[in-house]
Design a protein around this ligand. Structure first.
Ligand code: KG4
Ligand code: ZN
Length: 340
């Protein structure tokens, strides 16, 4: 079914709304709370929820206005239902239910990871299955096999920290601010990635899961061994480069290996860590060797946004008016995959 969809995303620390019609993004508004959480070194759930509450209506209005549409013009309302911070999700879900109910529109309850995976389906990348998707962010690290956008199949995921979480914690140990990804990448660019041999966990053929707790602890030991003596600039840069390598190399290697093993021609990147230049370079090198195509959406579609939720909504079953009034937000991901 065609027609514009109004999508809302509030699962973490971005309040976002977008209007998407097929693969076309008609508007994509993101109000980030990152600065608000920076003094705490991470997202504070209660602060996030309260801020979403104050911001969401304005963001929705802005998305509709930027698309040149009124609420009556949209075909349906979509919202991130799961997984995420429960208080944050509740604001988006309650808002979407209220708007859809008042306008007598159907509702589409979308999985956030499904959104990250569907982001590359949007213009201008316009990727169609089959492909293997890597989603690496502050909250998630996983590989999915996508033969059908309605039902991505989970191939592997982190068994402890997410890649972005490991990067943020590593950045903090090296005295950088939050979020640490861009700062760690800048510091790493002047360092030697072979200077320290950080451990890469779960090695071996066919391994598709990830683990980043060990590498983080290794960096902690290196910093602790200094016993309060500050690291020199060159040493910090070498540590940043070696640490970044230990986090992003398994992401690239396992993504490429999974695509080859599954016999699909394309790999796709998503999530905030997809902005990392070293990850992109490793994926590009591996893909070239294996004869694969790489699809990377614009950075604004890799980090949390509502256009990706509008994309996944088009591969999600619609709940007719007013049957969704009893449905609610869910904090956790369903085991084993994405329930569309
Ligand atoms: O997808 P995202 O914006 O938010 C969620 O976590 O859902 O991802 C944020 C994560 C943070 O951990 C941040 O440090 C990481 O993505 N990140 C990066 C870079 N830019 C953002 N990690 C490595 N290199 C970057 N350039
Ligand atoms: Zn996300």
């Amino acid at each position: 079914m065609n027609g514009p969809i109004l999508a809302i995303e509030t699962s973490c620390d971005e309040t976002a709304a977008a209007v998407v019609e097929g693969r076309r993004i008609r508007s994509n508004v993101v109000a980030s709370q990152a600065e608000m959480h920076a003094p705490y070194g991470g997202v504070v759930p209660e602060v996030a929820a309260r801020h979403h509450l104050g911001t969401v209506n304005g963001v929705v209005d802005e998305a509709l206005a930027a698309a040149g549409l009124a609420l009556a013009d949209v075909r349906a309302v979509a919202v991130t239902q799961r997984p995420g911070l429960i208080g944050a999700l509740l604001i988006g879900v309650a808002t979407a239910k209220a708007i859809a109910y008042a306008a007598r529109k159907p509702l589409l309850m979308v999985d956030h990871i499904h959104g990250h995976i569907a982001a590359s389906w949007l213009d201008p990348v316009a990727l169609d299955p089959p492909f293997v998707s890597l989603v690496a962010s502050g909250g998630h690290t996983r590989l999915d096999l996508v033969r059908d956008l309605r039902a991505p199949v989970l191939l592997g995921q982190t068994i402890d920290d997410a890649a972005g979480e490991a990067i943020d914690k590593g950045a903090r140990l090296l005295g950088l601010g939050y979020p640490g990804g861009p700062a760690l990448e800048r510091l790493a660019s002047g360092g030697d990635r072979a200077a320290h041999a950080f451990p890469v966990a779960l090695r071996g053929a066919g391994v598709r899961d990830f683990s980043f707790a060990g590498v983080k602890t290794s960096l902690l030991y290196v910093v602790r061994e200094r016993d309060g003596e500050p690291l020199g600039d060159a040493e910090r840069a070498d540590l940043a480069a070696s640490y970044q390598e230990a986090v992003v190399r398994p992401l690239a290697d396992r993504l490429i290996a999974a695509a080859v093993e599954e016999g699909v021609p394309t790999v796709a990147l998503g999530g905030g860590v997809a902005a990392n230049g070293r990850l992109r370079a490793l994926v590009a090198e591996g893909a070239e060797r294996a004869g694969l195509r790489v699809a990377v959406p614009d950075r604004s579609l890799c980090t949390d946004n509502a256009a990706m939720i509008g994309a996944a909504a088009q591969f999600t079953d619609e709940v007719p008016w007013p049957d969704y009034l009893g449905l609610d937000a869910v904090a956790t991901a369903p085991p084993g995959g994405i329930a569309a």
